[in-house]
Design a protein around this ligand. Structure first.
Ligand code: ADE
Length: 244
């Protein structure tokens, strides 16, 4: 996958994109990542990219000609998603990340100031994504969150064991608890089933813990998660105050 980011603060990307999984994805050529400074497309000596809003009011607006030029410089064809990070976009979920992870090329536009000129948004932006109902000072951190959530779903980035299929949200549920050595820590043990070596029992326990955690913390997810008859029976036990 190729990702081009357009920003006024290119340095904000270097640390995150040079560490851990994002770096490994780049090293293995699974991710071709580029950051571009919108100011390079200002078209004036002062490198001015914003202006005050028509009609008055506070804040500065990113100019449409500057943004259009910056996008046109990286767009390979008309089908490439051009995504504006903004608090007004559709909310990023696992499903949205999975959908984006299947694209060969993404262009991410980081907004700053009060926003972008509406004409540039209409003409050059194809999608708008928010990472939650709160306001950041700009789209850069949101772009990094989106990149991380998307890139880890590209086949090969996390290794071959399908770890991402077990993630919270991948199957519409939260993951259950995890344990590792030592077998006892400050008076707390490990559930016996996990050391039993009985794979079918372990799988059943994991499924039930996942249902329980979702029931306790995010019950609304149970309305849309695909559930078996056995899952429903276990949830009925939880509703009756039973089930462990
Ligand atoms: N820019 C400012 N706030 C944002 C948010 N919540 N999501 C994405 N981009 C943003």
């Amino acid at each position: 996958m190729k990702i081009d980011v357009l920003t006024l603060f290119p340095d904000m990307f270097s640390a995150v994109m040079s560490e851990s999984m994002m770096w490994k994805a780049r090293e293995r050529a699974l991710l071709d990542f580029h950051v571009h400074d919108i100011r390079d497309h200002a078209g004036n000596k002062q490198r001015k990219v914003d202006d005050s809003p028509y009609g008055g009011g506070g804040g500065m607006i990113l100019k449409p000609d500057v943004l259009a030029r910056a996008i046109e410089a990286v767009r390979s064809d008309g089908d490439t998603p051009v995504i504006l990070l903004s608090p007004q976009g559709r909310v990023l979920t696992h499903q949205v990340a999975a959908e984006l992870s299947r694209q060969p090329h993404l262009i991410l536009v980081c907004g700053r100031y009060e926003g972008v000129d509406e004409r540039a948004r209409l003409l050059a932006i194809s999608d708008e994504i928010s990472i939650g109902d709160y306001v950041l000072t700009g789209g850069e951190l949101a772009a990094l969150v989106l990149i991380d959530a998307v890139v880890r779903l590209i086949p090969g980035v996390l290794g071959a064991d399908g770890a991402q299929d077990r993630d919270s949200h991948a199957d519409g549920l939260l993951e259950g608890p995890h344990y590792t050595r030592p077998p006892e820590f400050r008076g707390l043990g490990v559930p016996e089933v996990l050391t039993s070596g009985h794979h079918a029992e372990v799988a059943r326990w994991r499924r039930q813990q996942s249902l329980k955690r979702t029931f306790e913390r995010r019950p609304e997810l149970l309305e849309t998660a695909p559930l078996s008859e056995e899952d429903h029976a276990y949830l009925a036990q939880l509703e009756d105050g039973a089930g462990d």
